[in-house]
Design a protein around this ligand. Structure first.
Ligand code: PRX
Length: 697
């Protein structure tokens, strides 16, 4: 059953969401200045030249010791890149730029309150501050190379400064998105074995002060419960000398960074020459189980890959002002706000707040004020800015040469507004498809060389060779119009090394499904399973249809439904819980919760409130469900499996399919009436990820 649905997707079904769009070509002005204009690059990165082609990226970096082997495949799928090489990521993002760009802006910080002035950190200043923080980590916290540090911070410049200070010493940073709860941070701190956590006292979001320090206390307590002692919490203050938090500092554990730093003024810490394969950071992401996994990224391959793709696909030059509106707490921020742009000596803008605050003109005012010429954001942000201020961009005198969309599929209509109104028909657009696991882009047009096609991510990026498989492992031919599971046939330098402390999960999750021979040392036998559905049309421009596992992509952010279900089940009155995605006009998808209650519970309203607040507490506001439905029973198979697909169909007013074989078929109609009202069944073709939801179980 699952097999048929996964692969037999007809042209007609796909056409509901996708029709062939006309190509759009970049302007000659853009092409005239682009980094990548030599069509021979495609040949240089052809399969015949794999893996040596990636030297072109690695050579953008300074190595303290050059590598001897580009790719070692002796222990699949634990690939090793640039073996024998040594380098320091912080040195490459900071020190090496000082001679030429010392006085140039490295970071421009835009506070959310508009009356607070923007401030600029030059490469020289960044160097000074990163050194001082590195000295604190080493000499005050006693941290060593290879130790892990959990950083739970908002979008303030001290976040990249702290990350770079870690990288300088080979300390593995694990940044947790600032909007996640203290519980979520504590869980991640425990998993990574962090004995130091780094916080900010508070920040501004949507015009309000968010008191962030309480999260630290929760995180430390939770980590403790999980067996991890957090010895020190360093707290950056958003305004030096005054505290935005009402929470007291815990003596002997909590320290204000500005006070500790007084003893480390002008300290210098030599960057440690790290093995190319040494881990640079962990980034936790959601998967099919309730427990987030720590994607472990390597130093050399990762940095080479994000630097190369930033240069060729983001078209970053040192003189550009580049603004990626993502949060550094997600992979996009790591790769394309911090490491890639800074390795290229760009000026990277950091905006603290909400895109729509105080109004939908804010991003365009920032762009005008700072002369931003490269802009990078998600379809959710674009949809929301369009809805609240469709004419706003016209009021401001800025000019983008290049724009990126990332994180979710973008509808052609939204793409067009982005192109016509935001980009003023001057800016090229790249629709970049990739994942936390992949370090950098997997598919995108080459901005000056390939035409754009609204709604399609485009061809694979240089050195990436995708393939679409059906559930049986048969190749789905490109151009057949059929959908299947998109995989990458080859290793590439940006791919994660493993799941932190869980090699088995790494193999199982990403390689077991399509591995042709477990004994083989040939990379060709080990395709990477991305867990996304895709169609490969005849022109080779891939269309990503969304996740094929139990992950919901909310506003471009990955949430595991199992994590949300686990949170619901901690509410004592809840007997069973199922979480499914519902299509949302702005945020792409949102979670909807279905629960059945234990016998004798009568106050449904209170339970609903408690479920919502528990989800917010255990995960974060981003996981807030669009609806909570208390139902008499959840639809189940005779073997007791909850049919999430049926619930997803109901919430999205789609056909529930044949439910007669369920153990409790009658409940389906009951739930349908409860959710959709008394009217007749509305049948709608839904998007692939919703239609197939829950089938990976
Ligand atoms: O489903 C794909 C979707 O986002 C997932 C990866 O999420 P995450 O690891 O949080 O990384 C987001 C930033 C790279 C993918 O499995 N996705 C990402 N980019 C696109 C996309 N879907 C369609 N088009 C994209 N450009």
């Amino acid at each position: 059953m699952a097999t048929e649905r996964a692969t037999e997707i007809s042209q007609a079904q796909i056409a509901v969401h996708w029709k062939e769009e006309e190509y759009v070509r970049p302007t000659t002005k853009f092409v005239g200045q682009a980094n990548l204009v030599d069509p021979a690059v495609t040949e240089r990165f052809s399969e015949d030249h794999f893996p040596e082609c990636f030297r072109e990226y690695a050579d953008l970096l300074n190595w303290s010791q050059y590598w001897h082997t580009t790719l070692d495949t002796s222990n699949p799928p634990f690939w090793k890149w640039f073996v024998g090489g040594k380098l320091n990521a912080c040195y490459n993002c900071v020190d090496r730029h000082l001679a030429k760009y010392g006085n140039k802006a490295a970071l421009i910080f835009v506070p959310e309150p508009e009356d607070e002035p923007v401030y600029t950190i030059t490469y020289q200043e960044l160097f000074t501050r990163v050194n001082e923080v590195a000295a604190v980590l080493r000499d005050f916290c006693g941290l060593n190379t290879g130790d892990r540090v959990t950083i739970h911070m908002p979008m303030i410049p001290e976040l990249p400064i702290t990350m770079l200070a870690c990288a300088r010493l080979g300390i593995v940073h694990s940044v947790v998105f600032g909007g996640f709860s203290g519980e979520a941070a504590g869980l991640r701190a425990a998993d990574s074995g962090s004995r130091v956590m780094i916080y900010a006292d508070g920040y501004y979001r949507n015009g309000k002060i968010v008191d962030h320090k309480p999260s630290a206390d929760i995180a430390v307590a939770l980590a403790e419960k999980e067996g991890q002692n957090v010895e020190k919490v360093l707290v950056w203050r958003r305004h030096y000398g005054q505290c935005l938090s009402t929470k007291p500092m815990v003596p002997g554990r909590d320290y204000f960074m500005d006070e500790v730093l007084k003893d480390f003024k002008r300290a210098k810490v030599d960057p440690i020459s790290m093995d190319a394969e040494a881990p640079l950071f962990l980034m936790y992401t959601s998967g099919t189980t309730g427990k987030p996994k720590g994607c472990q990224h390597r130093t050399g391959g990762y940095l080479a890959y994000v630097t190369g793709t930033s240069k060729y696909y983001q078209d970053i030059h040192p003189e550009d002002v580049y603004w990626c509106m993502a949060d550094i707490g997600w992979i996009t921020g790591h790769s394309y706000i911090v490491y890639g742009p800074l390795a290229l000596a760009a000026t990277s803008v950091l905006y603290e707040g909400a895109p729509n605050y105080p109004d939908a003109g804010r991003p365009w005012r920032i762009a005008e004020q700072l002369d931003v010429n490269i802009f990078h954001t998600s379809p959710t942000a674009i949809r929301s800015l369009r809805k609240t201020g469709p004419e706003e961009p016209k009021k401001y005198n800025y000019h983008f040469k290049h724009m990126t969309t990332v994180g979710e599929p973008i509808e052609p209509e939204t793409w067009r507004w982005y192109y016509d109104v935001v980009g003023k028909r001057e800016a090229v657009i790249v629709d970049t498809w990739w994942q936390t696991e992949t370090g950098g882009f997997l598919c995108s047009t080459k901005p000056a060389l390939d035409p754009m096609k609204p709604g399609s991510t485009g061809p694979p990026v240089l050195g990436i060779f995708p393939i679409i498989y059906d559930e049986e492992g048969k190749e789905v031919a490109t151009g057949s119009g059929k959908a299947g599971n998109i995989c990458i046939r080859n290793p590439w330098p940006g791919i994660m090394q493993t799941v932190w402390k869980d090699d088995d999960r790494f193999v199982k999750q990403y390689y077991a499904k399509y591995c042709k021979n477990r004994q083989s040392k040939d990379w060709r036998d080990w395709p990477y399973f991305a867990a996304d559905g895709a169609v490969g049309p005849p022109d080779g421009y891939y269309r990503i249809l969304g996740r094929v596992d139990d992950v919901i992509n909310v506003a471009g952010h990955r949430l595991g439904t199992k994590e949300i279900e686990s949170a619901c089940l901690t509410v004592p009155e809840v007997a069973e819980a199922a979480v499914i995605p519902v299509v949302d006009e702005i945020r792409g998808r949102m979670p909807v919760v279905y629960v059945s209650l234990k016998p004798g519970v009568s106050d449904g309203t209170r339970v609903k409130e408690e479920i919502v607040s528990t989800i917010e507490t255990m995960i974060g506001k981003i996981a807030r469900p669009k609806a909570v439905n208390i139902v008499p029973d959840l639809p189940k198979t005779r073997s007791g499996k909850i049919m999430r697909r049926v619930l997803a169909a109901i919430s999205n007013t789609m056909d529930t399919g044949d439910v007669t074989t369920l153990a409790n078929p009658d409940v389906v109609e009951l739930i349908r009436r409860q959710v959709q009202g008394e009217g007749p069944v509305v049948m709608k073709e839904g998007p692939e990820d919703v239609k197939r939801f829950g089938e990976s179980e």
